[in-house]
Design a binder for this molecule. Sequence first.
Ligand SMILES: O=C(O)CCC(=O)C(=O)O
Ligand SMILES: [Fe+2]
Length: 358
Amino acid sequence: MTALTLPSVPHYNAPPPTKADLDYADLSIIDLSKTDSPEGRAALACQVRDALLAHGFFYVINHGYPGSRDRMFDIADVPFEGVSDEEKQLYSAIDQETGWYHAYKLRESWRIAAGVRDQFEFINIDRDPSKQGHPEALQSFLPEIKEFASFNHYDVLFPILKLIALSLELPEDAFVNIHQSNGLGEAFVRFSKYHPHSMEDGEKSQNLWLQGHTDSGSITILWSQPVAGLQILGTDSKWRWVKYVEDALVVNAGDVMDFLTGGYYKATIHRVIRPPLDQQQLTRLCVFYFVMADGDVKLVPFRDSPVLQRVGIHPRCDDTVAPTMLEWRRARANGYAQMEFKRVDEEIVNGVVVKHYR
Ligand SMILES: O=C(O)CCC(=O)C(=O)O
Ligand SMILES: [Fe+2]
């Protein structure tokens, strides 16, 4: 796409990174430019394994995105600042069958703590944007969003899935084969915007902006941005911040990795809290690519992995009752949507316990 043909968009001014001295998680950096040689891939596969075992999160650098990251953040702000509340409402229903937001999650639709509702909104855009309706202001940007999704899918996700397969001594395409992502909501771009909470809400919720959770899919790719807030729960039960690394991607494993590896690669619990003092009044704009396995994939461990055989397979549930991807994401999405009614912090989905941490 040449610069000449790009529609104009208001510029989103990203703030400077925080100067606060925070307790950051020590995450590995995966240099994706090293995947060109077999030796490079073998070394990266070990690094990915260690990163997934230690934190379930890692950075990716040298991903080679040919577009402008800044422009994607400009576009990401459009569905929030360029669309009226009435129009957002029109695209905010949740599909009970697929657990899919069409396409907004509106502000204040989730419960964060007693008497406190969330202050963030997001929009999900399928990697094939023609599968859903879109607000008017977003229409002219859909070709760019589609290209961006393709880049995330083929140039970031697939190389990572191949490294994960390698780390388990499985055929290189073992995970790629079950991530063709042609169904609605199987892989999608998400733009999220967080707005500061009132002092009163902050006190009631201990400044929690998004409850601790695991992602329900296999891999999440977060385009690193400068407003702090994301924290991950360590094996020592301590929350640590995820540092902004310019032009890096923050990648994490979700529930599906846990299912497919029989608990070897766990889904890491993470949450969002109020940014540190020098960023406290800022909004927080995020760009993600979320990925599920294909809807009909039964979430059972790769039992033929020699690595898993050696370390031991600890499935979350018996193979006979294991959910398919579609069943799992439907149950998780509906669980979130209904949490305020149930007022629970723990729910059972297909016999598997899902906890929501504060
Ligand atoms: O906002 C963030 O940095 C993380 C959000 C998140 O965990 C999610 O949307 O699943
Ligand atoms: Fe998440």
